[in-house]
Write a protein that binds this ligand. Structure first.
Ligand code: ZN
Length: 211
């Protein structure tokens, strides 16, 4: 059997198992999704949002990219955010990074990854630049990488708050709450590193007054 055929076989087993445990499972989910959470995570195959949070299909709306970035010109990310916040009315937006992130490691080096990876990694280099004094003071390379992972998550949560999408939702609905988490590949545990309640103060430069 080819590797991808095994996935299709596994899918049949999984679907049968779900119906066995809950005959209404697919009927219920196919008509409606009301997730409470938007997850912005890394594409890394070792960080599956639903498995590590013990959630089921229908509970988390997911966007993933290399190093869980919130880039203000990324139409993909902004579309997901807009839909999740304004249509699904999620109550929480979670940016989840992970220690040992390959994207973060790559951004700390000087290798030319060619376009378009250089373009993407540049966003992470810019985070390093903001915190370079703190980061350069950490001698151990693994610890420096892990700290940049945390700072990158904090920075991406700030980017969310700087969007008119979030600011308008804060004004109109007093939602969503923003969270920055870091997942540990070595122990499977999530560490919260940042939280912003609705209407938290943000840098006036990024504040919209005419929402
Ligand atoms: Zn990663």
């Amino acid at each position: 059997m080819k590797s991808y055929e095994l996935l299709l076989e596994n899918n049949k087993d999984w679907a049968a198992g779900q119906v066995n445990a809950d005959p209404e499972f697919f009927k219920r989910l196919s008509s409606l999704q009301t997730p409470e959470f938007l997850w912005i995570g890394c594409s890394d195959s070792r960080v599956p949002a639903d498995k590590i949070t013990g959630t089921q299909p229908g509970e988390i709306f997911v966007h993933r990219n290399i190093a869980n970035m919130v880039v203000h010109t990324d139409v993909n990310l902004l579309s997901v955010l807009d839909y999740a916040v304004n249509h699904l009315k999620v109550r929480h937006v979670i940016v989840c990074g992970h220690y040992g992130c390959g994207g973060v490691k790559a951004a700390m080096g000087n290798q030319d990854f060619k376009p378009v990876l250089n373009m993407w990694l540049r966003n992470i280099k810019d985070v390093y630049h903001v915190y370079k004094d703190e980061l350069n003071a950490i001698g151990n390379e693994e610890q420096r990488t892990d700290r940049l992972v945390e700072l990158n998550v904090i920075e991406q949560v700030s980017h969310l708050a700087q969007t008119s999408i979030i600011q308008r939702a804060w004004k109109n609905d007093n939602l969503p709450h923003l969270h920055g988490w870091v997942y540990g590949l070595k122990d499977g545990l999530i560490k919260p590193v940042m939280e912003m309640a609705p209407n938290s103060s943000i840098d006036p430069l990024y504040q919209y007054n005419d929402l």
